[in-house]
Design a binder for this molecule. Structure first.
Ligand code: FES
Length: 125
């Protein structure tokens, strides 16, 4: 998993968007998502419901995912749900994920803001 541009959509605005295939673990089929479109919004537009939808602005954490395969760019994500260590480990918020390649993702819910994630547990050990 590579996060090519952590500062948002600036890069995508300069070039023509590409379209990639997104698969969510446990969800039948896949859907297409443009490189300038958040994965969560593309999922909804495709009529899929593999991930829960909340604030759509990176602030509630309900759409937290783990990138199993592929490259992404991200916009603003609350560090209460995706710490720098989590991000390094491949966690992100689907409403702030822009694909840079085909993706395979898994829903990785956070039960609370203070819950330890696998990355945080590893760091604490
Ligand atoms: S929907 Fe709230 S953080 Fe993604």
């Amino acid at each position: 998993m590579t996060d090519r541009h952590s500062k948002g959509q600036e890069g995508a605005a300069l070039s023509r968007p590409e379209t990639f295939e997104i698969r969510i673990e446990g969800e039948a089929g896949s859907f297409r998502c443009r490189s300038d479109q958040p994965v969560l919004i593309a999922m909804r537009a495709a009529g899929k419901a593999g991930l829960p939808v909340g604030c759509r602005s990176g602030g509630c954490g309900i759409c937290r995912i783990k990138i199993a395969k592929g490259d992404i760019r991200t916009g603003y994500m609350s560090s209460a749900y995706v710490s720098p260590e989590d991000k390094e480990a491949g966690y992100a918020l689907a409403c702030r994920v822009y694909p840079s390649s085909d993706l395979e993702v898994t829903h990785a819910p956070c039960r609370s803001k203070s819950q330890s994630t696998p990355a945080r547990k590893a760091q604490a050990a």
